[in-house]
Design a protein. Structure first.
Length: 157
């Protein structure tokens, strides 16, 4: 059965940068039988994560820009299905932010995940490395998974 995986920005970054849980996440994204969905806000969030990694000297400016361009190309080519940040998503996110004391973009991620789940007829899993977001998603009835729970698949472990 096909599964729709909703990836927050922290999960998307793991696809491009080797971190704990990357091997597991890459297997999901590279699957030919499943769908990986992201919210439009991943674009600035992933760019900001890459920029922070450059500032932290984890990689050069050239690698940062190349990695970002690869992410943009993957979005354009449909590796990830994009969920728009529309008014319904923002209103829902505001309600979730108040209820679970989430940061603004984190609330948008959870709201988008819920709206994607409500539209899919497939199995569904919300993936994030952020425990607060995972707790909110679970409280809203979403099945969740955390890449950090799959570090046993990483070769350096």
């Amino acid at each position: 059965m096909m599964t729709t995986f909703y990836l927050d920005s922290s999960a998307v970054v793991k696809f491009y940068v080797t971190e704990p849980g990357s091997i597991w996440l890459r297997r999901i994204v590279n699957s030919n039988t499943d769908v990986c969905t992201v919210c439009d806000i991943c674009l600035p969030e992933v760019a900001a994560a890459f920029a922070q990694m450059h500032r932290d000297k984890r990689f050069s400016r050239t690698i940062m820009q190349d990695t970002y361009q690869r992410f943009r190309a993957d979005l354009h080519q449909g590796l990830f299905v994009s969920h728009p940040v529309d008014q319904a998503t923002l209103v829902y996110a505001a309600e979730l932010a108040l209820l679970y004391v989430l940061k603004g973009y984190d609330a948008v991620q959870v709201a988008a995940g819920i709206l994607v789940r409500n539209k899919t007829k497939n199995g569904f899993i919300f993936i994030s490395g952020d425990k607060k977001m995972l707790n909110a998603a679970q409280a809203e009835g979403l099945p969740t998974d955390n890449p950090f729970d799959h570090i046993y698949e990483d070769p350096q472990r």
